[in-house]
Every structure is written in C-alpha cells, then in structure tokens.
Design a protein. Sequence first.
Length: 275
Amino acid sequence: MDQVKLAELKKTAADIRLGILEGIHAASSGHPGGSLSIAEIMSYLYFSEMRVDPSNPDWPDRDRLVLSKGHTAPALYAALAEKGFIPKEDLKTLRQADSYLEGHPDMKHTPGCDMTTGSLGLGVSAACGMALAGKIAGKDYRVYAVVGDGETEEGQVWESSMFAAHYKLDNLCYILDLNGLQIDGRITDVMNPTPHDKKFEAFGFNVINADAHDFESLEKAFAAARACKGRPSVIIARSTKGKGVSFMENQVGWHGAAPNDEQYAQAVAEIKASL
C-alpha cells in the first residue's frame, strides 16, 4: 500500500475513534468496545473500498453497508461524519431525545445509513436481499455487512449464509468483527460459535482471514473478496475490543459503558498520541 494512503487511513481511523468517544461520552451511554474494534474497517470501507457519494446519499448505484451489529452505531456515525454525510458537530447529540443519531442506525433519518439495524441477525438478512436485488436488476454495486462475533450465535446469521450461497451472491461480503467478547463475556464461554472459518466454508462462502487493525491486511482481504466469483465472501477480521484505548482493550466491561470525564480525557490523549 502506498505510504501516503496508509497514513491517511490511519489518521481517519483515529478520527473515527475520537468521534466514537465524543458521542458516547456526551450521551453518557453507548457501546465503545465493539465500536472501537471496527475503526480501521470503517475507515477502509468508506475511504478506500466503497463507491459512495456524500452529496447523493441515495444514489441507486452506490455500494451498500449494513452495520448488522447495530449497537456499534457510533462507529458508523463517526465514519459518515468523516466522509461528509453528516456534520461532525452532530456526533455529540448521540442518543439525545431530539437527535437523529439514535442508539442504533436509522436509515429513515440518517444520510448515508443503508439499513436500520439493532436486532442481531437482521442486518445480514437485509444485506442478502440488497445483494440479490442488485443481481436481478443487473447492477454492479457491492453490499458489505459488518457482523459481530457474538451475533453469530443467532440462527438468522446462518440462515442468511445459506441464502447467500444458494443464490451465488458474489456481490456480497460479510466482515466478521472477531474480537472474542460479547456483553456477557467471552464468546467461547457464552455460546461458542467457533470455528467460524470451517462453518462459513461449509455454508459455501469464500473465507478470507485478516487483521482488523492492519490496513495492508484489509486491502488484500477486500481485493480477494472482489476477485471471487460465484459465491459470497466473508472476511474474518481478528480484532481487539476497545482498540486504541489502553484501559478498554480486551475488557468486557466496556462493551456497553460510557467513560467519565477523566477516562474520556485519557482516551482522547492516547488516540491523539498514537499518530
């Protein structure tokens, strides 16, 4: 990867993390852990991979992103703000009664949001429908769905996978955020959904492994997904929950808790120092 592009993507990921924390701190509620773990994924999708136009959010030929793990909406909102879909100053209105930035994505009121999500498993099914619709209409857009590893305990994820493979949806790519933690603890302790690679292979997917925090790894993974014909792809992106904030990393307690003023200041300082 070109070093200028790499530096830009790293800066964007850091800005997305700052936006995540700004919104959650202002709201005194939200889900920082799983939002921070997908910052590089969101940066790569919106600033390297996807064909979108902030001046025309409903462009029929745009690529689509479905945040199936909808509770990490702060990451989506921060990415949309960086891309220019929404004003950055609106991030601090997260979860406020009069704000369009709800705790879970709302496609009716948020420019650039392609699907309303929240109930886990729902998003991937919607993504399958979008991909099939594109095939039927002869469109060349691609559909991406960010899936939580805890979310793969939902049967609907595997029903959608069966659907995607049956209809040979090679315009569809799941990105599995594999950080190993969910609200009640380690995914392997709560309801072990592993091994993800073998399961997706059995359902007919093109399985690609990647480091969720390494842009060169992500670049190779998305290129492999685009190159695959005749079946859907899944990028199993190994990540760190709470990535970028030392006291949040790999701590299940930060799945759904907001930092206080002191913690927020420390988190912001750490992210800015990382650049």
